[in-house]
Ligand binder design. Structure first.
Ligand SMILES: [Fe+2]
Length: 233
């Protein structure tokens, strides 16, 4: 089985193992993989490595960057760090507060001078009380990469109870969007709206998310709709 799924020029996804949010709620997981112009490989929200996943990534080039896009998504950072000790770890602004034991090379604040700028833009979502998420735009493939702020959990294989919970939370299926608990945890609405406007001003047509359905083509409209709750209030 091929662990890498092509998503466009120099960008792939790799599905990870399912996890249980809050110990019970089933989540599928996914990482995004980009091959930079330098030939180096950039892993976004790495899922746990397996020999198959490692072989697939190795075929692309040397792993140079590991990205923890919010303080919750720490799962695969240390295992990949152990496999590729020279890779740099880039993390969301508050990641180290929650994970002081994980070595981070640089925080992805908006003024961070990341070596991949020009190919990948990034923007931190300000004004949220729980999530310090950093979103990314892979310019060559016009792909927006979002972690938890938009979720579109698969319906297939889901039990009735979890389908109901996820539907009520607003994250079920292709029409999913921002989870209710995330909507209810905004600290500074104006600041968050400004961050979302920055993202919506980017030139993208595709969307990779960590949990659920990705979008190929027409993603600007889908993302605008998913963010209406903050952009139009
Ligand atoms: Fe997540």
């Amino acid at each position: 089985m091929n662990d890498l799924q092509s998503f466009g020029p120099n960008i792939w996804t790799v599905n990870g193992d399912d996890v249980r949010m809050f110990g019970v709620l089933p989540f599928t997981t996914r990482m995004a993989v980009v091959r930079l112009e330098t030939g180096g490989v950039w892993l976004h929200s790495p899922v746990r490595p397996t020999p198959g996943r490692q072989r697939a990534v190795d075929r692309l080039g040397p792993v140079e960057h590991l990205v923890a896009p919010n303080k919750i998504h720490s799962l695969g950072i240390e295992p990949w760090q152990a496999l590729y000790p020279s890779a740099k770890v880039w993390a969301s602004p508050e990641f180290n507060t929650r994970h002081p034991d994980i070595a981070v090379d640089a925080a992805l604040t908006n003024d961070a001078q990341a070596p991949w700028r020009g190919e990948i833009d990034h923007c931190t979502i300000d004004g949220h009380g729980l999530l310090d998420e950093v979103e990314f735009l892979h310019k060559p493939s016009k792909t927006l990469i979002v972690t938890d702020l938009i979720q579109k959990h698969e319906v297939a294989g889901e039990t009735w109870i979890w389908r109901t919970v996820k539907r009520m939370a607003g994250v079920l299926g292709e029409d999913g969007g921002t989870a209710l608990d995330i909507k209810l945890s905004v600290r500074d609405k104006a600041a968050m709206r400004q961050s979302v406007e920055t993202i919506l001003s980017w030139d993208f047509d595709n969307l990779i998310i960590s949990h659920g359905h990705c979008v190929r083509g027409g993603a600007k409209e889908a993302v605008s709709r998913a963010f209406e709750w903050i952009s139009r209030t």
